[in-house]
Write a protein that binds this ligand. Structure first.
Ligand SMILES: [Zn+2]
Length: 396
């Protein structure tokens, strides 16, 4: 699998994961294909994207998906049960009670001068009232996934509670071979691989491979296609002509049920296009980015900047779809405070002067270095701003 490393150029984060080779918990470096910002908002990190994980000790590698890490989840406690006595209970919570097992909080009666009483609804519908346990304030963020009841949904980093042995542990690895297993490190440092009991039938790699091939059979480039599945991760390699076929293929592959994520290897015909050709194409289609950067390298295009027209992202994809581009990396953010000061649109040049906050940006292209300088001076005299960023391209 190490041959895939080049497809994952971005060091995303580090995590402790169980290493199959070392047979113990190790530090792993985790690489992604796209740049995600963990601090910007978890909702920005899409699920089912492959992550390339490499053991620091032995360099063994494994593919996990973005949604398989507890720390990349927007709502890490979703679907969790709070253990009895831990967490601020609310109506509707699932809780684990040591004597009656899993039940549901039906209501909380706050009694003056006494411990609140909690009404629990058992699985047979019967209700009982028990006092809440005191001294739980600091534990309000502690949630545990119940094992084995909810093992199927476990993610790396989840804390789990074994309802049979009453021991707490942490999920340190997931396995998706012939059956699904989770690797747990228990409080006593013992590491155990536990099979998950799945409610739906567990599809094998053979089945997924067949399904993928069948779904792709009508795709224009299906003759050049190779599809393999390993641990429910699909690897697809294919020769295509443009970005639009790539998007089409990705849509087909992502619709296959039960695959964890997919890795695409595309071969696209070489092109003579340059970064500025693509930039011009965007402007020709009325896509204006402030503080704009367009870089076309190794058939990948990187576009950065600020925009204010809502549909800019879709428009960019539409314009680029006919070109032989393998991948689009969009690093653009919406800013509603962009003020356009002036636009000059002539055959030899395109100049757009805009302002965000106190900074004046000059975007576009001119013919000579001298012209680029003179635009800056003219901008200075018309705005009296010392904060001028000149992004003009010189296309002489
Ligand atoms: Zn290792």
């Amino acid at each position: 699998m190490s041959k895939d490393a080049s497809l994952f150029p971005i060091h995303f984060f580090n995590s402790e994961i169980f290493c199959e080779e070392c047979a113990q918990l190790r530090k792993f470096k985790i690489f992604s294909q796209e740049k995600y910002d963990k601090n910007y908002g978890k909702s920005e990190i899409p699920p089912n994207k492959p992550l390339f994980c490499k053991c620091d000790e032995c360099e063994n590698t494994v593919i996990y998906a973005t949604n398989e890490f507890a720390e990349l989840q927007e709502e890490p406690t979703f679907g969790f049960c709070k253990i009895w006595g831990m967490g601020n209970l609310e109506t509707g919570d699932n809780v684990f009670h040591p004597e009656i097992g899993i039940c549901n909080v039906d209501g909380i009666n706050r009694v003056h001068d006494a411990l609140p009483q909690i009404v629990l609804k058992q699985q047979n519908g019967e209700k009982i009232e028990v006092p809440a346990v005191e001294g739980t304030e600091n534990k309000s963020t502690e949630f545990y996934r119940l094992f084995p009841q909810d093992a199927e949904n476990a993610r790396i980093g989840d804390r789990i509670y074994n309802t049979e042995t009453k021991i707490i542990g942490k999920v340190i690895g997931l396995e998706f071979g012939e059956e699904q297993k989770i690797v747990i490190e228990f409080e006593n440092k013992e590491i155990e691989k536990c099979p998950c009991k799945s409610s739906e039938s567990y599809l094998t790699d053979d089945f997924l491979e067949h399904n993928a091939k069948w779904r792709c059979k009508d795709f224009d480039f299906s003759l050049s296609m190779q599809i393999t599945s390993s641990s429910k991760v699909l690897s697809v390699s294919c020769r295509v002509s443009n970005l639009s076929s790539i998007c089409e293929l990705e849509k087909i592959i992502s619709s296959i049920p039960q695959i964890r994520c997919f890795i695409m290897h595309f071969v696209v015909a070489k092109s003579e296009m340059s970064s500025s050709d693509i930039y011009k194409e965007l402007v020709k289609n009325c896509i204006y980015l402030c503080c704009c950067l367009v870089e076309f390298k190794n058939q990948e295009i990187h576009i950065a900047g600020f925009y204010y027209a809502k549909d800019t992202q879709q428009k960019i994809y539409r314009v680029l779809s006919k070109f032989p581009i393998k991948k689009v990396i969009l690093d653009i953010k919406m800013r509603s405070d962009i003020k356009v000061i002036r636009t000059i649109n002539e055959s030899e040049r395109f100049i757009r002067i805009s302002k965000i906050g106190k900074i004046v940006h000059i975007d576009g292209w001119v013919a000579t270095e001298k012209e680029k300088d003179s635009v800056k001076w003219r901008t200075f005299f018309s705005t009296f701003s010392f904060n001028i960023e000149n992004h003009l391209l010189v296309l002489g």
